[in-house]
Design a protein. Sequence first.
Length: 568
Amino acid sequence: MLKSLHIRNWALAENLQINFRPHLNILTGETGAGKSILVGAIAAVLGGRTFSEVVRTGFESAHVEAIFNISSLPQVKNLLQKKGLAVQDELFLRRDISLKSSSRAFINDTPVTMATLAEAGDLLLDIHGQHEHQSLLRKETHRRFIDALGQLAPYLEAVAEAFSTVKSVEKSLSDLQRKQRELSEKQELFQFQYEEIEKAALTPGEEDRLKEEQKRLANMEKLFEYSENLHNLFEGDEQNVLQGIGLIDQQFTQLTQYAGDLKKLYDEFASAKIVLEETARSIEEFRNQLEFDPQRLEELESRLDLISRLKKKYGATIEEILEYQAELKESLVLSENFEFEIAKLNEQYSTALSVYQQAVVELSNRRKDVARKMESLVQEQLQLLGMPTIRFKVWIEKLEDANGIFTEDGRTYYADELGVDQMEFYISPNPGEDFKPLNRIASGGEISRIMLALKSILAEIDEVPVLIFDEIDMGVSGRIAQSVGRSIHSLSKSHQILCITHLAQIASYGEAHFSVEKYVENGRTFTQIIPLGEDQRVEAVARLMAGEHLTENVIQSARQLIAEGRED
């Protein structure tokens, strides 16, 4: 629900703060008092088009802030998550209009595009009257109304799933055909590349092993020199480390016979002595195995050169080269089976298309039934709302498209995840006149009452939680006004409604009542919105009934009208 609205420096509204109630909020006031300012500001904060002329004279910018409770609106929270915005139970919207710069929009204090603000607004509120932010005038919403009334979600899901399968198989087929063309052009190159890598007989890790062996062979002279030096140091004639350690061992053994506390130290020395002896033997074995092999060195260098050339062509490592070879093999094998694979995918595509066709036909038939039902229900509602001469029709058609995926009676039509049906609401406002699109010929009052009729029918399943009816009572009086009021009141049980009205029969149903008033102070004109208490509300309804000259009878009639509204 819309919890509060704060308007600053917008036309006649210098600083307005309004806290709304759930269910039905009534706004009344003289013509020109500023009711349209309120609706215009709400439309703006929901992403509607606005102009810098709304900025109050003497100020550089105007601001509108709205706070919504979205705790029970998962569709709004999902949108916020999708846009990467903070998600809380309260949603804060703001619109800034400046004389010097472009308009700015914010959601939860985060700057957003106007499109994002409008996308959120579409999920939060519908305005019905003389303003643009009304879903009934947007053709794309008409199909949604039909689907909602018929509770066709399972059929829509079946169509969407079948459509996704069709597109998936279509993409796989397209990719395979493209690959076939590419392979046909590169067949000889791929075959040459595969055979070149295959002939090299590479193995993972081979390059590192070859480089290590090459390093040893290329430095054989140094290896022999260093190992010979080490051997002489351990066991040579001039310096003999092992002989010296042996003498140390003899003396150390004698020492421990008279100093037992050195036994632990001797054990450590003995361990080190063993390590040195093992080291000396290993060095000698290494020296004895050294053998310079120039032919082997040449083979290694030739092999490494081959690997280097292959790396420049096919990958940074042997592993990458082998991965590329595997891809080549897969492509070459695939090239031999293209016709089979393409035939298989064509069969899958045909099956997927058949499933999609069946799902679309089922959905389309259901929609036609729901459309006839809606026409009848809307006609009944319009009769109650004082529009007996208006005829309402749901126009259903298909768009021919040579590239479409739905065929019927030899013709091809555009279709997508929502099916094949293009739907639009048509009305005939007077007897004898042809049906024409609703958004071309309906007046603001007519649209409001038609929307009231539709919303009344869809009350339990409509997901837009807040509705504004701006002067829905245009051209209405007496018994019809009572019916309009009763319909709005009934609808307010499942929606929060803001209703601007001049009729007592409608105002009497309000849970909250606000008076929109204009006054002049210090030569400036201001608009104010005053929440009315019980006695003030009775007086406001009485003024709607009898104007400025109130009598006790009029006051009493207003009280009775309000009491009757509460009983409905």
